[in-house]
Design a binder for this molecule. Structure first.
Ligand code: NAI
Length: 393
């Protein structure tokens, strides 16, 4: 049970690049990081518009002399201070992630980076190597993976409760982008501009979320090859607003050779809110989880009535209960899931600072970010070549 008690000697001195006023994702970063006193927000380059960033910093209680016009100035100036920043979160549009992440690592900072980590596998490999060389943590905010039922699924699969995994049917297929929303919504506009969003919209913006969740549920999962088809149903879009991917998996301890994963990533699923659901089918039983009802997961053993597992319940595996923040029956949500990840990032950062191992837990790290980038690349390659099968390795 997490109860707010002190985990680190001192809170990590932390800054943000992006996540300014009115941004979609800035608030949940701050809320998650500050929840357990593991981070202290002391500096920032919050906005593409420095004046707006300065005004927002004042609202957040960041000292005016530590609010900077851009990330480069921030890294330079903070390095001169004895109490300079130790970690930075990057919550800008995708096109900045690689440059800012690289600069932060070179400045000796730990990083929390939004997904997708960067645009190409080459860039991703460079960041993986740099993080290792500098002994710095790079956490990637695949926020939904912090929900406790994901831990439960991971334990159930590891303990063989489902048998061998044969099929995974997953989607992140939301509605709302079924018309030219980018004409009036700035956060939607950059998402369809390849110079700012990268080589994909739907696959990168939403498809990578269930991808990381199944990687977390099944750590020994390996993609053998995949095929993808993508479309821009709304006229004039440079990037896809809908995509389907089929993946063939290699055999492993938990996975039957030739198992299939089917993924639907969409922004034009009229009427759906998130449509973010994952069903894992094994040789004995299936589980199903939906991000809009994250405290529950169905467990369906062939020939028996459907069971609904509840967060916080005593029958869950212990690993699925260590991050309880309140007893079962009370609804925990996305903010708690993100806070769980930020807590794990903090513990890993502290361990790296002290040259220690951080113990038996996982978090979406720089390799997870690189995996997402590679997956997008392979999907785009397949789709651009008539939805052909593409080898993954
Ligand atoms: P947004 O467009 O709403 O906000 C972007 C923010 O970054 C704004 O405050 C803007 O002023 C600032 N910014 C832009 N360029 C900057 C620069 N050079 N220096 C400093 N600040 C700069 O975008 P949104 O939706 O918040 O997305 C940001 C990132 O978060 C994207 O990479 C997106 O993929 C990711 N995201 C992740 C989610 C998740 O579940 N992990 C959910 C939503 C977005």
């Amino acid at each position: 049970m997490i109860n707010g008690s002190k985990v680190l000697d001192h809170p990590i001195r932390w800054a943000m690049v992006g996540g300014g006023k009115g941004s979609q994702i800035g608030y949940i970063h701050r809320s998650a990081a500050l929840r357990d006193n593991n981070f202290q927000l002391v500096a920032g380059a919050f906005d593409i518009n420095p004046e707006r960033g300065m005004a927002f910093a004042a609202e957040l209680g960041v000292a005016p002399d530590r609010c900077y016009p851009d990330y480069k100035t921030m890294f330079e100036e903070e390095a001169k201070r004895e109490d300079g920043i130790e970690a930075v979160s990057i919550a800008t549009p995708n096109g900045m992630h690689y440059t800012v992440c690289k600069a932060a690592l070179e400045a000796g900072l730990h990083v929390v980076c939004e997904k997708p980590l960067c645009f190409t596998s080459e860039e991703a490999e460079e960041l993986v190597a740099l993080a290792k060389e500098k002994n710095r943590v790079v956490g990637v905010t695949y926020g939904y993976s912090g929900h406790q039922m994901i831990q439960q699924a991971r334990q159930m699969i590891q303990h063989g409760d489902l048998g061998d995994i044969r099929v995974i049917n997953m989607s992140f297929a939301f509605g709302g982008y079924n018309y030219k929303i980018e004409e009036t919504n700035p956060a939607a506009k950059w998402r369809f501009d390849p110079t700012k969003a990268g080589p994909s919209f739907a696959l990168g913006d939403v498809g990578t979320h269930p991808l990381f969740i199944i990687e977390a549920m099944i750590p020994d999962m390996k993609i053998d090859n995949l095929m993808c088809t993508k479309d821009s149903f709304v006229e004039g879009r440079e990037l896809e607003d809908n995509a389907f991917v089929i993946m063939r998996l290699k055999g492993s301890k938990s996975v039957q050779e030739g198992a299939k994963v089917y993924c639907w990533a969409s922004s034009i699923n009229c009427g759906a809110r998130h449509g973010h659901k994952i069903r894992v089918v094994g040789s004995k039983a299936s589980i199903e989880w939906d991000d809009e009802r994250p405290n529950q997961m169905t467990y369906e053993i062939e020939g028996e009535p459907v069971r609904t597992l509840e967060r916080g319940a005593g029958y869950l595996y212990p690993e699925a209960r260590v991050e309880d923040r309140i007893g079962g029956g009370h609804a925990e949500g996305l903010f708690e899931a993100w806070a769980n990840l930020y807590r794990r990032f903090a513990v890993a950062m502290d361990a790296a600072n002290n040259g220690e191992e951080y113990g038996d837990f996982w978090y979406p790290n720089v390799e997870s970010g690189a995996q997402g980038v590679k997956w997008i690349e392979k999907c785009v390659e397949s789709a651009n070549n008539g939805a052909c099968w593409v080898d993954y390795e």
